[in-house]
Design a protein around this ligand. Structure first.
Ligand code: GDP
Ligand code: MG
Length: 597
């Protein structure tokens, strides 16, 4: 146990976490040349393509230091706010963290939020000034920033480059010298923390755990405390690039477990694994059920594909427990599903996986957050509104509450004005402003979560010329003046285009939506009126003008109707159009409300 070190790497996105992890694996000889491939820990294709880590992974390295063999478990953490709960569990499995700071970018919002998580878990922090090879690196200044932030000595900040490998030896030395060895009790009943799980279609769910006390043995009858379910440990082992089955994993160490579980929802990150017959009396605290934050409808482009979509979603859910869905129907789109996601990135990932892995073409509707509505008749009874069409009739409505977040933004002093205006436009209230240095300012806002979902990242990037970083966490529900803005095409309401909007902005946004839809909806043989309405009141109107007659193509011989059907099918697949009444609506139109600026 004295020779084990468990650590993670925390950083703001793009500060070089994955690259540095690769260098650590290289340096400790944990990968053979044949296995070498950039960003080894990012295993999903999507992760590699987007250069982000979605799921966290763990890897064990052997390293000889001062003639003594050590086992180093590196637990990787996802770098996106959508997955912050997983970050917190990975951190809880460690005794130390490498805090990576880009020598050109300095401290950013996620540097700080991840640092707080690490400090809450009493982790030993090893500051690493990364990318010192960059010509634009500013090592002295950024070291000062780090020293200010941590209250450490400048000598404690390790200068490194994931690109050249400079400083990697110093990092490993610090991991061994500064991070404490695990301190659990080998003689206590088994107590292990689940910090991740991965779905494997052949072997079922692989659970990644850190043993806090006791030992987990192959064949042992174990129990997951939160779910209350028990299983036999068919296989336990350590994780290098491949899995290495072992007879047991002891106190302090990290490993994987296979029990034949086929549904990812049975393994909850943050859960405690214990012995079935001799269970622990102290459960690892901090367990939370992950709650979806963003909801949207997913509909098949072709109504006939509904059952196939259901099967695909069920399969996806088996390996992504954070995806939730339930059937819903829309007057405009027919049968589909209301899906809950951790955030917008998660939503995009699901949509992309449905297309790539299951070959489904789907329409995704305007995403919204989850509201609480209360009627005058039952003012104490929460009605959960995950779809704007579930909002009770305004006449009987007492109040609506919406989820709020605390947003932290770090930017340059020059952009403070711009960032503040944006946040105020997004209904934010400033709660704090701190100058980290003369150049860099940290701003805190209380804001509605819904405003983050709607184009916030892009706007922030624009108003700060890219010099702003952003992080947030939920702070509960607050009463808001919300109304439902409905869209009518050809005088028919299209429920899938409705959105809940703050009353003060409804007029303006309704108008913009009409204008945007006018751009997006293709012209047809007839005029298409587009209207925005609140209840029975029309607040805006635009028209998509009819095509002139001579534009319609002539048809040539052959089995025309069949040919046309085929062509239409092809077109729908490619363009993702949906026929609603006699109007064709392209996928972008359903997202129009998100991109109004
Ligand atoms: P992550 O988001 O923290 O995992 O960051 P990545 O490891 O994916 O790195 C982000 C970008 O910075 C990539 O383009 C890397 O090639 C680059 N990068 C990472 N480390 C270094 C470094 O030490 N020096 C330089 N010049 N570039 C680096
Ligand atoms: Mg990465």
């Amino acid at each position: 146990m004295k020779k084990i070190r468990n650590f993670c790497i925390i950083a703001h996105i793009d500060h070089g976490k994955s690259t540095l992890a690769d260098r650590l694996l290289d340096y400790t000889g944990s990968v053979t040349d044949r296995e070498k491939q950039d960003q080894l820990l990012d295993s999903m294709d999507l992760e590699r393509e987007r250069g982000i880590t979605i799921k966290s992974h763990a890897i064990q390295m052997d390293y000889i230091y001062n003639g003594e063999p050590y086992v180093l478990n590196l637990i990787d953490t996802p770098g996106h706010v959508d997955f912050s709960y997983e970050v917190s569990r990975s951190i809880a499995a460690c005794e130390g963290a490498l805090l990576i700071v880009d020598a050109a970018q300095s401290i950013q919002a996620q540097t700080i939020s991840n640092l707080y998580l690490a400090l809450e878990n009493d982790l030993e922090i090893i500051p690493v000034l990364n990318k010192v090879d960059l010509p634009s690196a500013n090592p002295e200044e950024v070291t000062d920033d780090i020293v200010d932030l941590l209250g450490c000595k400048p000598e404690e900040v390790i200068h490194a480059s994931g690109k050249t490998g400079f400083g990697v030896d110093k990092i490993l030395e610090a991991v061994i010298e500064r991070i404490p060895a695990p301190s659990g009790d080998p003689d206590s009943p088994l107590r292990a923390l689940v910090f991740d799980s991965v779905y494997n279609s052949f072997r079922g769910v692989e659970t990644y755990f850190r043993v806090i006390d006791g030992t987990i043995k192959k064949g042992q009858n174990i129990k997951f405390v939160a779910t209350g379910k028990s299983y036999f440990a068919d296989e336990v082992g350590t994780l290098k690039l491949k899995q290495h089955p072992k007879n047991e994993i002891k106190t302090g160490d990290v490993g994987y477990l296979i029990t034949g579980i086929k549904d990812a929802r049975e393994v909850k990150v943050g859960d405690t694994i214990t012995d079935f017959k001799n269970p622990t009396t102290s459960v690892i605290d901090g367990f939370e059920d992950v709650k979806p934050m963003v909801f949207a409808g997913i509909y098949p482009v072709d109504t006939e594909d509904y059952e196939e979509l259901r099967t695909s979603m069920e399969k996806l859910q088996l390996n992504d427990a954070s995806l939730v869905f339930s059937p819903e129907s829309s007057a405009a789109l027919g049968f589909g599903f209301r899906c809950g996601f951790l955030g917008m990135l998660h939503m995009e990932i699901i949509q992309e996986r449905l297309e790539r892995e299951f070959n489904m073409t789907v329409i995704t509707t305007v995403p919204n957050v989850s509201y609480h509505a209360f009627t005058k008749k039952y003012p104490d009874q929460i009605i959960i509104v995950n779809n704007p069409s579930d909002l009770p009739d305004p006449s009987g409505l007492d109040r609506v509450e919406e989820p709020y977040i605390k947003a932290t933004i770090i930017t340059k002093a020059d952009f403070v004005g711009n960032v503040m205006s944006l946040c105020i436009e997004k209904r934010g209230q400033i709660t704090n402003q701190t100058y980290l240095t003369t150049e860099r300012v940290e701003l805190s806002f209380d804001m509605p979560l819904a405003e983050i979902v709607f184009d916030f990242y892009d706007r922030l990037k624009t108003v700060s010329k890219g010099y702003a970083s952003f992080d947030y966490h939920p702070i509960g529900m607050r009463v808001s003046k919300l109304v439902r803005v409905d869209i009518l095409l050809n005088a028919q309401p299209v429920d899938a285009l409705s959105a809940l909007i703050h009353a003060d902005n409804a007029q303006h946004i309704g108008k913009k939506m009409c204008e945007k839809l006018k751009e997006l909806i293709p012209r047809q043989q007839f005029d298409i009126p587009i209207q925005a309405a609140i209840g029975a009141k029309i607040i805006s109107r635009e028209t998509v003008k009819a095509l002139r007659k001579d534009v319609t193509a002539k048809c040539y011989g052959g089995d025309i109707s069949r040919k046309r059907k085929l062509l239409e099918k092809q077109k729908k697949g490619k363009k993702r159009m949906r026929q609603v009444g006699n109007v064709e609506i392209p996928q972008q139109a359903f997202m129009a409300v998100l991109k109004l600026n």
